[in-house]
Design a protein around this ligand. Sequence first.
Ligand code: PLP
Length: 669
Amino acid sequence: MNLYLIMNKAAPTTTVAQSADSLRSSDEWTIQDAAELYRVDQWGAGYIGVNDSGHLQLQPGGESGPKVDLHEIVTGLYERGINTPVLLRFSDIIEHRLNAINNAFKSAIKDNEYKGAYQAVYPIKVNQQHQIVNEIAHYGRGLGFGMEVGSKPELLAVMAMTATNPNQLIVCNGFKDAQYIEAVILAHKLGRRIVPVIENLRELDRIIDTAKRYGVRPTIGARVKLATTGSGRWGSSTGTKSKFGMTITELLRAVETLREHGMVDCLDLIHCHSGSQHQDIGTIKSAVTELTHTFVQLRNLGAKLTYLDIGGGLGVDYMGGRADAASSMNYTLDEYASDVVYRVGSVCDAAEIEHPTIVTECGRAMAAYSSLLVFDVLGSSGPSDIINPRIETGTIEPDAPQPVRDLDATLHIVQGNAPHLVASYHDAMRARDEATTLFSLGYLTLEELAFAERLFWTICEHIQKACKELEVIPDELSDIEELMSEVYFCNFSIFQSLPDAWAIDQFFPIMPIGRLNERPDRRAILADITCDSDGQINDYINPDGGLAPTLPVHKLNSDDIYYMGAFLVGAYQETLGDLHNLFGDAHTVHIKLDESGWAIDELIRGDTVRQVLSYVQYDASDLARALERECEQGVRAKSLTVSEARTMRRFYESGLEGYTYLDPDIELT
Ligand code: PLP
C-alpha cells in the first residue's frame, strides 16, 4: 500500500486544512476542547454534547429533555450481542424536529399576521423505513401534518398507513400511470384528502377521464417549473430545463382544459420543489415569491387553490458553519419560516387575495438528525508502522547511497538542539525523492530504499513533535499532521451506510464517541472494509468551520473498542445504500428514553450473509450442499481430516447465518 499517495489524496470539496496548532500539547485537555475541536455544539443542534466521562451524550428531546450517554448505549448493545456497525434511531428527535418546524411556522404566522394556516407533509422518499414513517405519521397527526409520495409503491404504503386518519393530507407527486391515478381517485371517493399533482397535460387528461368514470370531483394539484434556479447540489431541480413540472404555457393549457370540463375549481394546490438542501436563503425567497405570483394569477383565472405547496429545500447544517456551502446553510429554521410566510403573505396582500394554507415538504430537516451510525475501528496503518523499531543515527555504512547518508544527517540535526525544522523538512523531502529516483534507475536495493523510507518518516515524526511545542507553526510545516496521519480501518461500508458521502461528496460529521477527555494525539483517514479505494471518507470536521482531509483521533489500544459515530444520517442514506462487496444493512435499533434511562424500542437485525446472497439470486442451501460435497471429497482424498471438514462446514453454516460485517468475537472451533 502506498501510504504517501493515500495521505495526499484530498477530496476536491476540502477547502481548509485544520492547522496542527489545535493539537498543541502544552495546555491541559478538557472536554470543552473536544467539543470545540469536533464542533459538536455547531452541527449537533442541541441534540449532541460531550459529558464529563468524555463520552458523547444525546439529548433527543432537545435542551430540556433527558440525556443519555451514547457510549453507554453502544456498550449496552454489545453486551446484548448487538455488535457494530449499528444504526441508532431516536424517535424523540423526530418528535422534537416536527415540533420545531411547526413552532417556527406558528410564530412566523403570528408575527406576520398571516391569515392562512401551515401544514407540513413528510416526503417519504427521504426515509421510507416503516418505523420512521410510522413515527412521523404518529407525531405529525397531532400537528396536522400529512405525507408526500413520489411513486406508486410509496402511494400504496402511505394509503395503508394513513387508513385510520382519512383527513391526513396526501400529496401525490412523481410520474403517474393509469393505475396510480385510479388508486388516487378511488381513495378520494373513500373520503381521503388526497391530491394528485400533475406533472404534465397527459396526466391531467387521465385524471379527468378517471374522475368522470367514477363520478368524482377530485382535488387536483399542479407542479410548476419555476424560472428561479435553485442553489446548492440540487439547483438543477428548478429552472426551465428541470425534469419536473409544467411550464407556464402548459399550466395555462391545463386551466383551459379544466375549464372545458367544468372542473377549474378542482385545481386546489399549486406546487414547486426548488431542490433539496438549499444552502442560500436567497433562492428560497425567490422561488416562493415566483410561486406565489403564479398562485395569485391562477386564482384570478378561477382556480380554487387553497394550498400553496413550496416543496422541500429546508437544509440541514451538516458542517455546523451556518455558511453558504453545499453541506451547510446560511439561515436558520426560524428565518426560513419567517421568510416563507412573509413572502406569501405580502404577494397575496398586494393582489388582495386570501392567504392560502402553506404546505412544505421538508423531509430532510425532519429526518436527518434522528439517526446515527456507530462503527468500530478494526486497526490502523501509517507512518508509525514504518518507523518502529526505531533507527539510531550514525549506524549507516560510510559507502551508503548519498540520499541515505543525507537522510541520516538530517535525522541527526532534528534530534539535536537546533533542529532547523523547515530546512530539515525540505532536505528530507528532497533526499527521499532522490532515493525513489535512484531505486527506479536500479541504483538502490529494496533494503536501501526501505531504510531511506524509515529515516524519512522518523525525521517527520521529530518535526511533528517539535511543532506541537511551537506557538506559531511555519506555513511550510502546516501539513505535517496530515502527512503523519494514519489510515483507520473501520467496520462499515460507505456504500451501504453513507452512500451520499461516496456518490455526491455529501459531508457528514464523524467523530469518536468516547475518550473525549483525552487529547487526540494523531490524525487519521477513515477507510471502510470494502475492497474499493473509494471506500474512505475524504472530508472531516474542522474547528475553523471548514473541512479537513483528516480527523483528529486517539491511539488505538488493544483493551478497548474504539467507536466512531457518523451523525445526521437519517435522510436519504438508508434506501440509497447498496450491497457493494455484499455488505448488507447494518443492525438498526430504535432507542426510547424516559426518566429511568434508555431502552430498546425495536431491534431490526441487519442482513445475514444468507439474505444478501439471496438478493443476488444465490440459493444458500445449494451453496452449502456444494461445499459439503467438496469437503467429503477432501476427506476421501485425505486432503482434509474429518474434524477439519466439520470445522469447514461449521464455518460455512454459521457464516451464512451471520452478520455481513466483521465480528471480532467469532471463535471458529
Ligand atoms: N418534495 C419533492 C417533490 C422532492 O423531490 C423532494 C426531494 O428531492 C422533497 C420534497 C424533499 O426535499 P428535502 O430533501 O429538502 O426535504
